[in-house]
Structures are given as structure tokens and as C-alpha cells.
Design a protein around this ligand. Structure first.
Ligand code: SF4
Length: 247
């Protein structure tokens, strides 16, 4: 099991340092025209970070069903817990039909202690029933169709289409919402608003990788409380909107 590493002073540059990164105006909001410079820096820095667990799962499996169920397990659950529970469940069931051969109680025991494990066991069975009844057992590759499945929201649907089908989408979780606002790339109150705003502001070529880069960055440096601004490799671009405490 891998957990997010502490930021290394070697791998990152201090706020104001000029090495390795094109200079930006840290007081100005990040825009669609300037976000590319940030993502280039994060792409390089990310080699030393741990990838978000769902990206790892999708990269290893390339299986939309496993990505979909893994994402359901991960909601309101720590990555470390999902990383243990998901393989335990997938060792018993890797298709909708195999999942339906399990009882809700068996699924509960396999996925415990993910958040809301009792509810999620029933949601997973409902999704599997719908996949078989309405979609011939296949996971749809369209966001709007995926969100017709009970328990599948836009975050999950976007993750499935981007990670498993490599189709354009922007998966917005708490890290993407927070950091996009700190950068001033969007000014929003909720993840759904952020997804809509990013669809307008973020050039399409960055959509697929945006989630995994920003989530890893959020787990490693740009923490929810007291981000590591002094070690941040993109500090020169960041207006730090809403940041009141930092290290
Ligand atoms: S808030 Fe701090 S850690 Fe986050 S991107 Fe801006 S400078 Fe970097």
C-alpha cells in the first residue's frame, strides 16, 4: 500500500526561486493560457509522488467496471482504505454477473471499513443489475448515460470516461475543486460548479490528466490546511486565493 509522501525540498523549488520553471505573476489568476506552464511543472514533479489510488487502479486494469466500482468504494473513504478493500472485492468478483452472485452481506464484509459500506454494497448490486438489464453488462462510455445509474454522480462518471475510456472529461474531487480555486482558474463554491467552470476555462488537451496531476499535488504539497507554499514548485504562478495559513 502506498501513501502520499512528504514533499522533498530536493524535488521542489521554493516560492520565488527561478530554477526550472518559467516565471509567472503570482498575484494574477491562472488562466487557460497560463495553466499549461503549471501542468508542465507538475508533470515533472509528479514522478516523485504517489499517484492517486484510482488512477493507479485504472492504469493497471484498464477495466471500466473495476474503475467504476473502485470509485464508488473511494467516495468519502481514505485512499489507503480503498487500496485494500478494492482488491479484496475484485478477487471475488470482476464483472457485473460475478458481483450479482454475491449477497449484499458478503460485499459488506469484503469492503469493510470503507465509508458507508452497507449502503455501498446495495448501490454496487443496483449498478450491476442495471448494467446487465440496460447495457448488456457493459459500462457506458458517456457521462450523461453513466449518471443514469443510481449512485453514480458526475465525479465518478468523469473518472470512468477519462481513466478507462480516455475520453475527454474533468473529474472534480475535493483537491481539484480547492486547488483550481486557489489558482484563481475558477471561482466557485461546489465541485459541480468547478467542473462546469473548468470545462470553459481549461484547454481540452489537459482534461484527462488534470485530475491525477492535481490530486497527487493536493495530497503531497497543496494540502487543504496549511499548504507547503514554501516548497511549492508552482508558487510563482499562484495567487493563493483563500489561503490564510501556509508553511
Ligand atoms: S496555495 Fe501554496 S502550495 Fe498551493 S499551489 Fe499555491 S503556492 Fe503552491
Amino acid at each position: 500500500m502506498r501513501t502520499a509522501a512528504k514533499p522533498s525540498t530536493k524535488a521542489t523549488t521554493a516560492r520565488g526561486s527561478r530554477s526550472g520553471d518559467a516565471a509567472g505573476d503570482a498575484s494574477a489568476a491562472v488562466t487557460g493560457a497560463t495553466v499549461g506552464a503549471i501542468l508542465r511543472v507538475l508533470r515533472r514533479a509528479a514522478r516523485g509522488w504517489n499517484a492517486p489510488v484510482l488512477t493507479l487502479m485504472a492504469a493497471e486494469k484498464h477495466d471500466p467496471f473495476l474503475t467504476l466500482i473502485g470509485c464508488i468504494l473511494s467516495l468519502r473513504t481514505k485512499d489507503e482504505t480503498t487500496a485494500v478493500a478494492a482488491p479484496r472485492l475484485f478477487a471475488r468478483a470482476r464483472t457485473p454477473a460475478e458481483m450479482l452472485a454475491l449477497t449484499a452481506r458478503e460485499i459488506e464484509e469484503l469492503i469493510f471499513p470503507v465509508g458507508f459500506y452497507r449502503t455501498k454494497a446495495r448501490v454496487i448490486l443496483g449498478i450491476c443489475r442495471d448494467l446487465i438489464d440496460k447495457f448488456e453488462g457493459r459500462v457506458p462510455d458517456e457521462i450523461e448515460t453513466l449518471t443514469t445509474l443510481k449512485g453514480v454522480g458526475r465525479k465518478t462518471a468523469n473518472l470512468v470516461v477519462t481513466e478507462s475510456f480516455r475520453k475527454p472529461g474533468i473529474c472534480v474531487d475535493t483537491h481539484v475543486h480547492r486547488i483550481s480555486n486557489r489558482w484563481g482558474l475558477v471561482t466557485t463554491k461546489t465541485p459541480d460548479q468547478t467542473e462546469r467552470a473548468l470545462r470553459a476555462a481549461l484547454p481540452r488537451r489537459y482534461w484527462i490528466e488534470y485530475n491525477s496531476l492535481v490530486v497527487a499535488f493536493g495530497q503531497t504539497i497543496c494540502h487543504p490546511v496549511s499548504p507547503w507554499c514554501s516548497r511549492c514548485p508552482v508558487a510563482r504562478h499562484c495567487p493563493r486565493r483563500g489561503v490564510t495559513h501556509s508553511r
